[in-house]
Design a protein around this ligand. Sequence first.
Ligand code: FES
Length: 266
Amino acid sequence: MTQTTAESPVRKQRAQLKMRTLRTDRWWLAPALVFAGLMAFLIYGFWAIFDKSYFVAPYHAPFASPCLATSCPPEARLFGLAPFGDWYTLPPGILILGLPAGFRLTCYYYRKAYYRAFWLSPPACAVGEPHKKYTGETRFPLIFQNIHRYFFYLAVVIATVLSYDAVLSFRDKDGNWGHLGLGTIILVVNAVLIWLYTLGCHSCRHITAGRLNHFSKHPLRYRAWTFVSKLNAKHQQFAWASLFSVMIADFYVRLVAKGIINFPFA
Ligand code: FES
């Protein structure tokens, strides 16, 4: 085994290969799919933010929930509140966009995904990257990835609001309980997937039982940690499932709001 010392140049250099990689499998497929998936989400999200058909009783499009601007229809406002004054004239979705976006952007799984797919840093294991230097996440702006834990707290609030919207979708247009449309099912499935993704967060796992020395002294925290750990093992799958479910739910509500899909089956 070669030993490296502080003086040895070996430690600071990368493997000196003439070829970019020795891999012969389709290593480029995963980053290409991630690139396509995330680009589709970004393009849809940009369109949705400026689209005004985000509410039709009893459905609320997730990209515009909670609706906090005075331009929101009264039934769409969270608890009837509109904390922002008439001075705010931009689309209501912009007010809350930063919370789920920041949560996903700083997520450990998404970091790996977009570092590979967008920055090619590196595009896959054992594949050379185009960048000459590697500084990790120790400098501006990537040092801010460390605030992920705080985005987790905010994501819990957003997941709670989306769950509340899903519950309200069991009412009909007149506010009577008992409605069950395709939109209700879509919003409920979306809320469940959002929770599975949110609770499987690495920060949540640390919050439940990080730094505990004796699980036996904290049985409840141990049980919570066991549950979160199971979700955490499937974090990548829930990241994608919830990404698509929130996009599908949002699009579906807008189709109903635009009259392209009609009640009573909606
Ligand atoms: Fe993915 Fe926290 S690590 S949401």
